[in-house]
Write a protein that binds this ligand. Structure first.
Ligand code: CA
Ligand code: CA
Length: 139
């Protein structure tokens, strides 16, 4: 990931958050810490204090690049209202890009799709706040 790649991801998050009150963050590791991407995502979600949103509608896109693993983890405010296969299309698209070694495209796709998905349940409100930073974190 170059700085330019990083900037593109931040810009994509800003664009996505213009459409939804949901908050999107991206965390990138080289390797998995725990036994699965989902476990790692849960840990990072907590470390990044992503539960600190009014509607509990934050989403973490977590990737372990060298292990080619990723997870999309939404907070309980999302899980309470969306169907269980909510992230399926996003996951399929990200997997497709990763299978072609298109890491940046996978992330940008994931962010854009997450924004499009979230806006149906959590449309942008007046006086929206950027509750969680759009900066990408690296582990
Ligand atoms: Ca916001
Ligand atoms: Ca944000």
């Amino acid at each position: 990931m170059t700085d330019a790649d990083n900037d593109k991801i931040v810009a994509a998050i800003q664009l996505a958050e213009d459409k939804t009150s949901g908050e999107i963050r991206v965390h990138i590791n080289k390797k998995l810490n725990g036994s699965s991407a989902l476990d790692d995502a849960k840990e990072m979600f907590h470390k990044l204090e992503m539960y600190r949103t009014q509607k509990r509608n934050a989403v973490l896109i977590y990737l372990a690049t060298e292990d080619r693993q990723f997870a999309i983890l939404g907070d309980k405010g999302i899980n309470e209202v969306v169907p269980s296969n909510f992230w399926e299309d996003t996951i399929v698209g990200m997997k497709y890009h990763l299978s072609k070694n298109e890491l940046l495209e996978a992330i940008l796709y994931g962010v854009e799709m997450a924004g499009n998905q979230l806006k149906r349940y959590f449309p942008i409100q007046e006086n929206d706040k950027d509750e969680l930073t759009n900066e990408v974190t690296h582990g």
